[in-house]
Design a protein around this ligand. Structure first.
Ligand code: PLP
Length: 384
């Protein structure tokens, strides 16, 4: 699947495709699972390994420590937050486990989520049921989205938290998180947003949304691979929250090694745990460099166009994409109902097209390195 010069003119970002070697052999349409690996990221990781060879642990004292700060800054910029509002984590699971540990559930035992959210988020509260936490799951009427009114109905003065997604991994629908945060706050509850499927593809001004906590990371739309995410915590809230799941990176005086005392960081680092995986940190720094160089609004324009092209192409070929009715509320995840999604994904793989399956659906997700001809090729296989 080489890229000819006429193809690279297809859209404003098509020239970036050359930085992603997977396209030399394959068509990649699975960014909502794992963003493609770029040569820029490979170089950052190679540089990290060279540094490790050259300096061993002494690199911690300048280059590597500074890289952690650089990453918190980079994550903050991409969601228009302050660096002091960013904690680094290994996964959404670890980030939400710490967040869940800061809440006093005695007078507010309820946590409200939806049936379309990613299970790992709900599990943080599911496992606390023996301690009296009530997990309320609001159902989706159509498997695509959940009306804000239905969420509002479930939130009451016994609710501690509303925990839901910005973009549903199940349908690609974009939620109105500003309205959901308002519902939570009107009832005295807090609001956590799992934005793993949005940050990098959907522009986000986190302060404007009013949410209290937000998570995203490298794996998908930030091109940074596995093992690195961030937890945003609104500055005004940080000092009110004391984690009961922790680690030495939460301690402002971590290098005093005093096991009898934790002096909590006054910023979001108080929600961190242990030593970050440095190779993931450098992978993510490389991916973020590309995302910030292009800018998320530009990415959104190009990717929306590719997504709409995929949807209309699929419809014209007789497929029935299950997507949000309003294009503005669609992200780059296109679910195509099928009786044998696993079989279809295998057929795509045999044609050198990488896609994915979820129960009852083939899932295709284009990003800025895709071309409309990738959509055409996938639809051809799916309808052959
Ligand atoms: C919306 C969403 N949240 C969370 C995760 C993963 O969570 P974790 O980092 O705990 O593996 C995924 C997928 O990998 C996801 O799509």
């Amino acid at each position: 699947m080489t890229t000819s010069s006429s193809r690279t003119k297809e859209h404003a970002l098509a020239h970036y495709r050359a930085e992603f070697p997977i396209f030399e052999e394959k068509i990649y349409l699975n960014s909502c699972s794992l963003g493609a690996l770029s040569t820029r990221v490979e170089q950052r990781v190679a540089d990290f390994h060279s540094m490790w060879h050259a300096r061993g642990a002494s690199a911690w004292y300048d280059v590597w420590w500074e890289a952690l700060g650089e990453l918190r800054d980079g994550y903050a910029q991409v969601i228009a937050a302050r660096p002091s509002e960013i904690a680094l984590h290994a996964s959404v699971s670890t980030a939400t486990a710490v967040l869940a540990s800061t809440i006093d559930y005695r007078s507010r035992p309820r946590v409200v989520t939806t049936s379309l959210d990613f299970p790992t988020v709900a599990y943080q509260w599911f496992v606390k049921r023996p301690a009296g936490v009530e997990l309320v799951v609001v159902d989706s009427p159509d498997g695509i989205s959940v009306p804000v009114a239905a969420i509002a109905e479930a939130v009451d003065d016994r609710t501690a938290l509303v925990a839901t997604s910005h973009v549903f991994f199940t349908s690609g629908a974009v939620q109105d998180i500003k309205a959901i945060a308002r519902v939570a706050h009107e009832n005295g509850a807090l609001c956590f947003v799992d934005a793993y499927q949005s940050v990098g593809q959907i522009p986000l001004d986190v302060h404007d949304t009013g949410v209290d906590f937000l998570c995203a990371g490298g794996l998908k739309w930030l091109l940074g691979g596995t093992g690195i995410v961030f937890l945003y915590v609104r500055d005004e809230l940080t000092k009110e929250l004391v984690p009961t799941v922790s680690g030495w990176f939460a301690n402002e005086r971590q290098f005093e090694f005093d096991l009898r005392e934790i002096v909590w960081h006054s910023d979001a680092r108080r929600f961190e745990q242990g030593t970050p995986a440095l190779s993931s940190v450098f992978t993510q720094l490389g991916g973020l460099e590309i995302i910030r160089e292009i800018g998320v609004p530009t990415i959104r324009d190009v990717v929306s166009d590719l997504t709409e092209d995929l949807i209309t192409g699929a419809q014209s070929a007789g497929l029935k994409p299950k997507v949000h009715p309003h294009p503005d509320c669609r992200a780059a995840i296109v679910m195509l109902p099928h009786d044998d999604p696993g079989g279809q994904v295998k057929r795509l793989a045999d044609a050198n097209i990488i896609a994915d399956a979820r129960p009852g659906h083939v899932r295709l997700s284009p990003f800025f390195y895709n071309l409309k001809e990738d959509n055409v090729a996938a639809i051809e296989v799916l309808t052959a």
